[in-house]
Design a binder for this molecule. Structure first.
Ligand SMILES: O=C(O)[C@@H]1C=C(O)[C@@H](O)[C@H](O)C1
Length: 142
């Protein structure tokens, strides 16, 4: 099984950025947990982060072309704005699970809507970085 974890803007600052909301783990910490979990199931895992919408779109397209079986995607703030990312998810025949560290529904109004969720298998929000593990397990254990 080939899995991809994608992270959007500002998640490269995890651990330093508003730790009261996003926690003290770094993105490297999250990557290490994801890689370790995938290895337990003999699955291949790529873990990527970009602050650029177009690069995330390119990676979604490449995932289909390269035979990725499932994508765990934290789109960051693009969650709330990006029709282009929504269209990219709709365009590929690869299941995507949307993950948010914080509970977007308990935060500012503008974070309550996801432009992407309707094109995803499901959404995990507010469970901290554990959400990445849960999303991966959905692919690994189904
Ligand atoms: O909780 C998260 O992981 C999401 C991460 C971000 O960077 C925010 O812009 C989203 O609104 C929430």
């Amino acid at each position: 099984m080939n899995l991809l974890v994608l992270n959007g803007p500002n998640l490269n600052r995890l651990g330093k950025r508003e730790p009261e909301i996003y926690g003290s783990e770094t993105l490297e910490d999250v990557k290490n947990k994801c890689v370790t979990l995938a290895a337990q199931f003999n699955a291949n895992l790529e873990f990527k982060q970009s602050n650029h919408e177009g690069e995330l779109i390119d990676w979604l397209h490449e995932a289909e072309d390269s035979g990725v079986d499932g994508i765990v995607f934290n789109p960051g703030a693009y969650t709330h704005t990006s029709i282009a990312l929504r269209d990219a998810i709709a365009a590929i025949n690869v299941p995507v699970i949307e993950v948010h560290i914080s509970n977007i529904h308990k935060r500012e109004e503008f974070r309550h809507e996801s432009k992407l969720a309707a094109e995803c298998v499901g959404q995990i929000t507010g469970l901290g970085t554990f959400g990445y593990e849960l999303a991966l397990r959905k692919f690994l254990q189904q």
